[in-house]
Each structure stands twice: as structure tokens, then as C-alpha cells.
Design a protein around this ligand. Structure first.
Ligand SMILES: Nc1ncnc2c1ncn2[C@@H]1O[C@H](COP(=O)(O)OP(=O)(O)OP(=O)(O)O)[C@@H](O)[C@H]1O
Ligand code: SF4
Ligand SMILES: [Mg+2]
Length: 313
């Protein structure tokens, strides 16, 4: 089956600060596919480039190098109309549901807003459409009259998911959708995403810090370090038989850890170490298994089953 979306050798740099010409590479030479009906898990410590990837997919940032193809066609080669249509098919849900909902709007308006913006009429009438959509994410019609601050965190995230699904996207980017929720609510939201994948065949890029969240939900997992995808493969291969030393390190820190713990733990402290530039492995300064060639050769891409990892070992 051809991929729904292909990220091909994408690099994204940002200027470090105004007046300073030096550039910071947030995403470096990243390639991966997302297939129809699959959940691809994307993990990596804070600052590894996960949100930058999602912003590239959403068209909020443009890659400096490489290209992103949707249904086999590069976004940049589409005319404006086709580009808008393709972008409509890619929707997103973010970490903090309350921050992404308009506080003065009622839920009914929030969920119907994407249709209004696109000038689309729901054949069954807007109220029925919104009610059905809310029911599909496990919310009753009674929520329609509420404002976001009158809902629980889990309910707010369900409203965000309903809004994202209003335009019947083919790809949902879920950037840490459960990080702000407690453990009980996390399970419900993840089960909901899995149910949509199973029922509607939607593809989902699921970004998370906690690798254990991917078990039983993601078809494949990609691991990012310092802007690079260092390992990608089937969930069981990556989580049970990791090949890259960084994947092993991440797995040792999971489960269970909470975002609050993460802020203080070793991963965050180590993150401040300099990432070596040039012809060497970017994980070099932290790798417990480094050998001489890691110092002066970029690690090759090695195949493992249908997946790949980047390491000299
Ligand atoms: N617009 C920007 N300008 C400058 N630097 C940026 C910009 N956006 C992101 N960065 C930098 O790029 C790096 C990757 O950021 P990104 O938000 O993609 O990380 P992340 O993996 O999503 O982290 P987190 O887990 O904390 O959400 C960070 O060092 C960040 O400071
Ligand atoms: S290439 Fe070398 S430094 Fe990089 S992860 Fe592999 S062993 Fe470690
Ligand atoms: Mg992020």
C-alpha cells in the first residue's frame, strides 16, 4: 500500500536569536512514511524536534531542505486550491486542550467552526452533525451548550478531537494529546484514537514522551534525538528489541515517568550537553557504547526488518 504521507530528507533550521546569524538545526535529514490507517508513534526528549515535525506536516513551517509528499505529490508542486484541500485532510490536536479552545465560545460553535470556515454545510443540519460528532468522541449532547472552562480536562481534549475530526481528515497529528491529563483520562483518549483508526482508517501521528503509551496502539514507532530520527520500526521491535543506544536510554526512563518528573531527571540534564556537529554521530557525547569511528563518520542507516536505525554498531 502506498504511503499517505512521505517526509523525505527534511531539514529545518531556525535563527538562534535576532541579530545573530547563527542557525540552529531543529530537524536534520528526517525521512519517514505514514501509511493509511496506521498510528505512527513519535518519541524523543524535550527539544528533539517532534513539534517542529508536526508543524512541517501542518504547513506551519516550510523545510529548508527536502520535501513532504501527500498522496505521492509534493505540497510545493500543488496549486493553491489543491494545497488547501490536502491541508484540510491533515488536522491536529495539541497538548493543552484549554489553551487551544476559544474560552468564550460554546462547544457547539467550537466543533462546527471548521465547517463554517471552509463554507461547508452539514447535510443533516449543523446541530445534528455536532451532536453525532460529540457522541462519537464519548460526549453527550448536553456538552453542546457548555463553555470550555465548564468541562473536565478529558472532556476538553475530546472536544478538540471532535473539532479536528469535523472535516473528516485522513491524517491526525496528535502532539502530546494526553501529556496534560492524569493516567485515568489518558487511557480513555488513547482508546478513542485507536477506535477511530480501526473504524475509519484514519492515520495518526501520535507524539508522546512516554514510550509505554505506544504499546497496544501504535503500529510503528520513530525515535528522535537532536533533530534526527535515530530508529524507526514496528512497535514491538523498537520497544522490545531496541537497536539504537538512545532508544535503550529512553526505554530505561520509561515507564512510568510523568512530565513533572521528566523536567528534573537525567534526560533533561543531559540534554544540555552539546550536540556534536559535522561528520560524527550526534548522540556521541552521551553514548555509552561509542567507538572510534563514531567520532569521524556519520552513522550509516542500518536495516532491521521493515525498520531502520542509525548507528555504527
Ligand atoms: N521558531 C523557532 N525558532 C527558534 N528555535 C525553535 C523554533 N521552534 C523550535 N525551535 C527549537 O527547535 C528545537 C526543537 O523544538 P521542538 O518544539 O520541535 O521540540 P519537541 O521535541 O517538540 O520538544 P517538547 O517535547 O518539549 O515539546 C528546540 O530546541 C526549540 O527551541
Ligand atoms: S554511532 Fe556510535 S556514538 Fe552513535 S549511537 Fe551508535 S555507537 Fe553510539
Ligand atoms: Mg513539542
Amino acid at each position: 500500500m502506498p504511503p499517505l504521507l512521505t517526509v523525505s530528507k527534511c531539514t529545518k533550521r531556525f535563527q538562534v536569536s535576532s541579530g545573530n546569524r547563527s542557525m540552529f538545526t531543529a530537524v536534520q535529514n528526517v525521512s519517514f512514511d505514514i501509511f493509511p490507517g496506521e498510528i505512527l508513534g513519535l518519541a524523543g526528549e524535550s527539544g528533539s524536534g517532534k513539534t517542529t515535525i508536526s508543524r512541517l506536516l501542518l504547513g506551519l513551517e516550510q523545510p529548508d531542505e527536502g520535501e513532504i509528499r501527500y498522496k505521492g505529490v509534493a505540497f510545493t508542486s500543488l496549486n493553491r486550491g489543491d494545497q488547501q484541500q490536502s491541508r484540510r485532510e491533515i488536522q491536529a490536536v495539541f497538548q493543552d486542550p484549554l489553551a487551544s479552545l476559544n474560552p468564550v465560545m460554546r462547544v457547539s460553535k467550537i466543533v462546527a467552526e471548521p465547517l463554517k470556515i471552509q463554507g461547508i454545510r452539514a447535510t443533516e443540519g449543523t446541530d445534528t452533525f455536532v451532536k453525532k460528532l460529540l457522541e462519537s468522541v464519548g460526549l453527550s449532547g448536553a456538552c453542546m451548550k457548555k463553555r470550555p472552562d465548564q468541562l473536565s480536562g478529558g472532556e476538553q481534549q475530546r472536544v478538540c478531537i471532535a473539532r479536528a475530526l469535523a472535516l473528516r481528515p485522513r491524517l491526525l497529528i496528535a502532539d502530546e494529546p494526553v501529556s496534560a491529563l492524569d493516567a485515568e483520562l489518558r487511557g480513555g483518549i488513547l482508546a478513542l484514537l485507536r477506535e477511530f483508526r480501526d473504524k475509519s482508517g484514519i492515520s495518526i501521528l501520535l507524539i508522546a514522551h512516554d514510550l509505554s503509551l505506544f504499546r497496544g496502539i501504535a503500529n510503528r514507532v520513530a525515535i528522535m534525538y537532536a533533530g534526527e530520527v535515530v530508529e524507526i520500526g514496528k512497535t514491538d521491535d523498537v520497544l522490545s528489541r531496541p537497536r539504537h543506544p538512545y532508544t535503550k536510554e529512553l526505554l530505561q526512563a520509561s515507564p512510568p515517568y510523568r512530565i513533572e518528573d521528566l523536567r528534573n531527571n537525567m534526560l533533561m540534564k543531559r540534554e544540555k550537553r552539546e550536540v556534536p556537529e559535522g561528520n560524527r554521530c550526534r548522540y556521541l557525547s552521551r553514548c555509552p557504547r561509542a567507538v572510534e569511528c563514531c567520532l569521524n563518520e556519520i552513522p550509516p542507516e542500518r536495516k532491521r526488518g521493515s525498520g531502520v536505525y542509525r548507528c555504527h554498531l
